[in-house]
Design a protein around this ligand. Sequence first.
Ligand code: CMC
Length: 429
Amino acid sequence: MSVSASSITVDDKRVELPVKSGSIGPSVVDIGKLHGQTGIFTFDPGFTSTASCESAITYIDGDKGVLLYRGYPIEQLAEQGDFLETAYLMLFGELPTPAQKADFDYRVTRHTMVHDQMNRFFQGFRRDAHPMAIMVACVGALSAFYHDSTDISDENQRMIASLRMIAKMPTLAAMAYKYSIGQPFVYPKNDLDYTSNFLRMCFAVPCEEFQVNPTYARALDKIFILHADHEQNASTSTVRLAGSSGANPFACIAAGIACLWGPAHGGANEAALKMLMEIGTPDNVAKYVAKAKDKNDPFRLMGFGHRVYKNYDPRARIMQKTTHEVLKELNIKDDLLEVAVQLEKIALEDEYFIEKKLYPNIDFYSGITLKALGFPTSMFTVLFALARTTGWIAQWAEMIQDPAQKIGRPRQLYVGPEQRDYVNIAQRG
Ligand code: CMC
């Protein structure tokens, strides 16, 4: 499709709307001057037809099932690279040379410890606090601990804040987990790679040695790569909106974590696993598929459907393979996997799901893998947040450097009462 020129006529006044083209993907109609010239706004709840910014980080073709980070297909990055390489790519736009990679790994590794007073901050939480609640609070609180990297006009401080968050998210996530199970915090160990270090901080105890299983570490590293960015999704848009006011980066990422928590977004992996547990056995699958199709039943198949992917979620394909690899390594015959396979099969053959282009998304399989790796469901969204932090930071940094950047300020279609006069309380009734 090509769009070369566009215009709109409002009250007989014709306004030319410039069309902008990206490197790939749909063009956009620039409506930035529409209100100034005509007095009307556009209306697009849920932003289904609205591009909110220019970005050179992630590209998705939802119809073809394509996901590229800085031009590189997700399949190649997940199969051949590692997570910190992806983080470098996100931040700097190119894959690192060996020397750049070694330097980046070193710098991230040297920031993994959190300020020791953060330990006391944790003690304020109820023992059974959801780890996402802890993450929202602790990441926001980093701005109270690292004043020397909150000046967003200073490029050097922006980079230090970025490295700090990439480095400290695994430490905070592991602490949130340890706190919830009443075990002592495990400090980072700098001779381990990023993901092995995280697994150790989660599953080691101080009284014995801990060996990280390389298959687990590789599987989790892949999960992190798959979750690293997804262009202007709800949480990323939240980070950009928060950042557009000039808020410090720690506060912006905390806002992103809050948004990610919802079951329609990052919380879907937790919800998908709970759903598989509720379905229980493959012979119940048909009943639940019928519930999902029933307009009068609010039940939805969690882990199915996506706002952008209307063919297949490419991340789901990689995730499905990783799930099988992990279960094989562990020699686990998981009933939930059988339920998932059966559910996927029935749903993909069903007219309702075909017609609405509803396919399994990444969350459909990631929950099974994370459970097999030993994580409780309450940690699933935390792991998503850990990985997505790289994307959020890259998007935030891109926004700060964009000369067209303004505070985000959507307008509305007002449907409330017209102006009316205040009535004293004694005369109301
Ligand atoms: N099960 C049953 N029906 C569904 C589902 C589902 N999972 N998803 C969408 N539909 C139906 C929906 O009822 C609607 O039907 P109709 O047109 O008859 O009213 C139609 O499909 C379109 O749905 P929508 O809600 O308008 O689509 P959306 O683009 O606004 O929502 C979604 C996308 C992901 C929120 C939605 O598909 C959903 O709630 N899925 C389950 C939650 C989930 O797995 N979320 C993870 C998304 S991937 C991870 C991430 O990026 O965060």
